[in-house]
Design a protein around this ligand. Structure first.
Ligand code: NI
Length: 277
């Protein structure tokens, strides 16, 4: 018996590679999350960028709580089972009239993980719709890994500007339209992308990546993760601590080291070592 999704929704996730929407936060809670993020940005001098976009739950306690939200974990448990790590988080923010886009890609391509049992929860802090560049999913494309090429295009929000090197029939795509506080789930091999934001407001989403504890980091780079549900009997990942306060020095130091290692994994083979702004 699934915890949050219906049996039909679980079956559809496995067949199509995605599910949406899931109600996670109330509209008021979503507005509060956006206000927290923007207060953080105001304190730190502007939009969250570069290394700080990645794994912010390691230095912001309110985000560390959010990746453990029971409704999110219930939905993730329905597709990945009871023992769960949060492997990573990344903010995907499109500023008003932003040229930023995300090319068609499969997340699994550069993450180095041993298994495709990986799901992303994309949580909307603002509306995500056709006007502001919500995600578009290609149903059923999650069964095989396709080759990718790196473009490093300046407006591409992905780390390598990677795009899938096979034809994508966009007419079969499905838009992941979300209200603030709603989330989508997508499989790590699902082909997806998104268009620029043509509106006058920001489009803000947090991508939260979950894995069962039996998944390994298959590269030789040491990796870490945050245990969010159940138990870890495998010890493949270093367990990440919860930050004690916003940007506390120990958390910032740990975050910098973790993100340095994550960049090593994502950029291996390119000669680059740091996340782009
Ligand atoms: Ni992606």
């Amino acid at each position: 018996m699934p915890k949050l999704l219906t049996d039909a929704e679980v079956a559809l996730y496995h067949r199509a590679g995605y599910h949406c929407p899931i109600d996670v936060l109330t509209p008021a809670e979503a507005a509060a999350a956006r206000a927290e993020l923007e207060a953080h940005e105001a304190r730190t001098g502007g939009p969250i960028r570069g290394d700080l976009r990645h794994k912010p739950h390691l230095y912001l306690p309110w985000l560390n709580d959010l990746v453990r939200h029971p409704r999110i974990l219930d939905a993730v448990e329905d597709v990945l089972g009871p023992n769960l790590f949060c492997w990573s988080t990344t903010f995907f923010i499109k500023e008003p009239k932003d040229a930023g886009f995300v090319s068609w890609h499969q997340d699994a391509t550069y993450w180095g993980l041993s298994s495709p049992d990986v799901t992303t929860v994309w949580l909307a802090f603002t509306p995500a719709n056709l006007e502001n560049g919500c995600m578009k999913f290609m149903p059923g494309t999650h069964t095989t890994q396709a080759p990718h090429t790196d473009t490093f295009h300046k407006d591409n929000l992905l780390s390598r500007g990677q795009e899938v090197a096979v034809e994508v029939d966009e007419s079969k795509g499905v838009y992941g339209v979300l209200k603030p506080g709603q989330a989508s789930l997508h499989h790590v091999l699902l082909v997806h992308g998104s268009a620029p934001n043509r509106t006058a407001d920001r489009r803000i989403g947090l991508a939260i990546r979950y894995i069962p504890t039996y998944v390994k980091q298959a590269t030789d780079v040491p990796d870490s993760a945050t245990l969010v549900r159940g138990t870890d009997t495998f010890n493949y990942f270093e367990h990440e601590p919860r930050p004690i306060g916003d940007r506390d020095p120990a958390a910032m130091e740990f975050h910098a080291e973790v993100v340095r290692r994550q960049a090593q994994i994502l950029y291996r083979g390119t000669g680059k070592q740091e996340f782009r702004a």
